[in-house]
Ligand binder design. Structure first.
Ligand SMILES: Nc1ncnc2c1ncn2[C@@H]1O[C@H](COP(=O)(O)OP(=O)(O)O)[C@@H](O)[C@H]1O
Ligand SMILES: N[C@@H](CCC(=O)OP(=O)(O)O)C(=O)O
Length: 373
């Protein structure tokens, strides 16, 4: 068998390192020795010319321990928000201390889903990351859990890491977890085999993730990691899932190559990749067979092909596109409000003006503002 080639982290120009809750926190206390070795690895990579961004979980777990909260602070949203407020203070201190030992300045950056979903705010976050790195700091990013509410939060730091990588123009992401990579089924099952390399996060790959299991402290599970891999591959970013439980986890990955590498697909423009990675559509357009076929060939979505409209959205909002059998086809920025879409549903272009009372825009979603699933 040909040995799969691991991702060469030292070849990365800008790398996002994501650390899961289970790695940082054990029985409510930080894994101090482990963190010291990770900081050492990060400093070494940085000295070799790789710019580093850390995405660190652990605020909820640390805060819950301090407050004596049940269920690791995940019993309710209010608990998670309060636990995160307390834990984030400690998390930032841990990073500042551990990176500081190598004369590296840590910079805390807390973001919400909205900060990366709205194009203007996304560009702003992107500029801040850029400036911090130029200034020689290592951004340590987490979700702003204390203000994020259920509908507008990532909830897992895997997708957040992929979006941050995109915003920062990183070329690689490593998700450090408590498992050696993606297995073809839950790794606790007999006969589970690890995949060395994935070219394209297909529905078959997604089906391998057991949605019910996480390490216990985290929230994402393998499914969130695969969604992150999908965002990354579409943005032309390499992503690897590796086991971070051991001391000096990055050195260990370099020496053993144990992990799963997701190969990027580099064809999308930066804007389309951003669009593909957006996570919160405001509505759903269901289209008929003919329209689904046309979309697959790269056409714009026309009102004539609309079969059903769900949700309330305004012009410019993100909507998901589904085919007649309920299959997800893609998503895009809509040119009409939900009410207008309902009014022109199924109509040909020449019938739309009579219905709306004004000249219609050519497409409901222009192909330049659409990405396939
Ligand atoms: N197909 C799979 N391959 C690997 N791990 C899986 C799979 N399905 C479920 N898992 C579970 O996902 C867990 C990792 O997710 P999670 O606990 O959220 O990690 P983290 O806290 O590092 O983000 C593993 O411990 C494993 O039990
Ligand atoms: N933002 C949260 C972490 C979210 C989360 O659980 O992520 P993960 O442990 O990576 O599945 C925190 O700091 O506790």
């Amino acid at each position: 068998m040909v040995r799969a080639v691991p991702l060469d982290l030292t070849a990365s120009r800008r790398l996002v390192v994501k650390v899961g809750s289970a790695l940082l926190v054990e029985n409510g206390a930080p894994r101090a020795d482990w963190l010291a070795t990770l900081a050492h690895d990060l400093a070494a990579l940085r000295s070799g010319g790789t710019e580093i961004i850390v995405v660190s979980s652990g605020a909820i777990a640390l805060g819950a321990a301090k407050l004596g909260m049940a269920k690791g602070g995940r019993g309710s949203l209010a608990d998670a928000q309060a636990a995160a407020s307390v834990g984030q203070v400690e998390l930032a201190r841990l990073w500042a201390e551990n990176l500081g030992r190598h004369d590296v300045t840590a910079a805390q950056m807390l973001v919400t889903l909205g900060d990366l979903e709205d194009r203007r705010r996304y560009l702003n976050a992107s500029a801040t990351l850029q400036r911090l790195i130029e200034a020689g700091a290592v951004p340590v990013v987490n979700e702003n859990d204390s203000v994020a509410t259920e509908e507008i939060r990532f909830g897992d730091n895997d997708r957040l890491a992929a979006r941050v990588a995109q915003a920062a123009g990183a070329d690689a992401v490593i998700l450090l977890s408590d498992v050696d990579g993606l297995y073809d089924r839950d790794p606790r099952e007999d006969g589970a085999v690890r995949l060395e390399r994935v070219e394209g996060v297909t529905p078959e790959i997604i089906a391998m993730a057991d949605t019910s299991s996480t390490s216990g402290l985290g929230s994402g599970g393998m499914l969130a990691k695969l969604q992150a891999a999908r965002i990354a591959e579409r943005a032309g970013i390499s992503l690897v899932i590796a086991n971070g439980t051991h001391l000096s986890p990055l050195t260990r990955y370099r020496d053993t190559g144990i992990g799963t590498v997701f190969v990027p697909q580099a064809d999308a423009s930066a804007r389309k990749a951003w669009l593909a990675g957006r996570l919160a559509p405001a509505g759903v357009l269901t289209v008929d067979d003919g329209c689904a076929e046309a979309l697959a060939k790269g056409a714009s979505l026309l009102a004539a092909g609309l079969a059903e409209i769900e949700g309330e959205f305004a012009r410019g909002d993100l909507v998901a596109i589904f085919g007649p059998k309920g299959e997800r086809l893609g998503q895009g920025l809509v040119e009409y409000s939900a009410a207008e879409c309902r009014a022109i549903l199924g109509l040909r272009e020449d019938q739309q003006e009579a219905k709306l009372g004004y000249a219609p825009r050519a497409a409901v979603i222009h192909r330049d503002h659409m990405v396939q699933a």
